[in-house]
Write a protein that binds this ligand. Structure first.
Ligand SMILES: Cc1cc2nc3c(=O)[nH]c(=O)nc-3n(C[C@H](O)[C@H](O)[C@H](O)COP(=O)(O)OP(=O)(O)OC[C@H]3O[C@@H](n4cnc5c(N)ncnc54)[C@H](O)[C@@H]3O)c2cc1C
Length: 411
């Protein structure tokens, strides 16, 4: 497979090539979790919805991510509560529940497991940080457990970690499978989804909007711009609200019994390193190893696969010579305060952005909330609507993170 996204090979197939409706209540630009959850819930609420996706469903972060369905957001819980309030923290503490409920309700086949995730300490300092998270979560009644070195050995199958935090609320999915499943569910609820339609223009038209693309246009009462880290020139003020950083992953061939000891409980794992690493298994027994930064080279040769082999040599020396069969990367929208935003760019034009690498839940939660708002009966949004605020030195910030990751890749 060389440089290909593993999930495109392993997710349930799905093509969405519907005719574009010329008029509807809501046009959604972007077919990732945010756009698809908006479409699903808005269609269920009785609105007519058209999703326009430039590439294929899941072409952005939603078809490229690790598939960790985490509780909470990037910030530790106490900081998140201080920044966004208790109701927001509680919403995200329960957010994996919404994802797994949708998977169950719509019978989405996406290798879903809900055995928790392991946040692995990479050092004594990392362990201290996890103890802080553990204390904050348990004070709020969350089912999280500290694991000692022996328990981490049993859970991860290696002695690399002095301890860890097991969060039983979380789980894993095949991320593209989840996106395609949301798309099928939205279609079944009445939404129209058209792949291969890059939107090239947005203009106000009376009380509504005209959304144009090569060869046509659609009129809508409201538009949800769900392009997130893949926002480009359509509304340049959106891309100025975050820095783009990259995350890369490499998947081994299916390892069968040879890797039975790796993550035997099927949790996903990420570590506390400043340049974070992640590890999970897929349903076929492949290990999927990831870290920050751009992919360098291919699954066969280059700095990224050399890095992956070094990590395996350290964590699982018995697997150091396995073959890698897929390698890919993707873009993450990072905000300086690590909080997402729901932007209102104009009357009837909304744009959720900046999930800081926590989008499986955030896209689903924000999509549901936006749909509720558009349908007029869905309660308050999780965050107040804000205007776009440009991040100073956004390009430089992203480059520094990618550069630090590239250096770490070679250590
Ligand atoms: C490698 C990687 C690993 C990650 N790991 C995790 C994880 O384990 N857990 C987690 O919760 N989150 C993770 N994330 C973050 C998560 O994937 C994203 O936050 C989430 O997918 C964002 O969803 P979205 O729908 O908002 O945007 P996206 O899925 O990025 O969708 C945006 C879509 O807009 C489309 N688009 C852009 N411009 C146009 C246009 N002009 N016209 C039409 N369509 C357009 C793009 O083609 C794209 O499909 C990771 C991200 C990456 C990249």
């Amino acid at each position: 497979m060389g440089n290909a996204v593993l999930w495109r090979k392993t997710a349930e197939a799905g093509r969405f090539a519907g005719e574009v409706a010329s008029r509807c209540d809501v046009v959604v630009v972007g077919g990732g979790y945010t756009g698809l959850a908006t479409a699903l819930f808005a269609a269920e609420a009785g609105l007519s919805v058209q999703v326009l996706e430039a590439g294929e469903i899941g072409a952005g972060g939603s078809g490229r991510n690790v598939g960790l369905v985490n509780a909470g957001l990037w910030l530790p819980p106490a900081e998140l509560e201080a920044a966004a309030g208790r109701a927001f923290l509680d919403l995200f503490a329960d957010a994996p529940g919404l994802v797994f409920e949708l998977i169950e309700k719509h019978q989405i086949r996406c290798e879903a497991t809900r055995e928790g995730t392991l946040h692995a300490a990479h050092s004594a300092g990392g362990l201290e940080g996890l103890r802080g998270r553990h204390a904050a979560w348990t004070a709020r009644g969350a089912p999280v457990e500290m694991l000692g070195a022996e328990e981490m050995y049993a859970a991860a199958g290696c002695r690399a970690f002095p301890g860890g935090l097991l969060d039983r609320r979380a789980g894993t999915v095949n991320p593209l499978g989840y996106a395609r499943g949301l798309a099928w569910a939205a279609t079944a609820a009445g939404a129209a989804i058209s792949e291969g339609v890059p939107v090239t223009g947005l203009r106000r038209d009376g009380a509504g909007w005209v959304v144009s693309f090569d060869g046509g246009a659609a009129q809508a009462g409201a538009v949800v711009l769900a392009t997130n880290a893949y926002s480009a020139e359509l509304r340049p003020e959106v891309a100025r609200c975050f820095s783009v950083i990259h995350y890369q992953q490499l998947a081994t061939e299916p390892l069968g019994a040879a890797a039975a000891h790796v993550l035997p409980g099927r949790q996903g794992l990420w570590d506390t390193g400043l340049v974070m690493k992640s590890l999970r298994k897929d349903a076929a027994g492949r290990l999927v190893l990831g870290t920050m930064g751009r992919l360098e080279g291919t699954a066969e040769a280059g700095a990224s696969v050399d890095w992956a082999r070094r990590v395996l040599r350290k964590w699982y020396p018995e697997l150091a010579e396995v073959r890698f069969e897929a390698a890919w990367d993707g873009q993450i929208a990072m905000t300086p305060d690590h909080l997402p935003r729901i932007l209102q760019l104009d009357e009837g034009l909304y744009c959720p952005v900046g999930y800081n690498g926590r989008g499986v839940t955030t896209g689903t939660v924000f999509g549901r909330a936006l749909a509720g708002m558009l349908a007029g009966g869905g309660g308050a949004l999780p965050l107040p609507l804000t205007g776009p605020e440009a991040v100073a030195f956004r390009g430089l910030r992203g480059k520094v993170v990618d550069w630090a990751a590239a250096v770490t890749l070679r250590l």
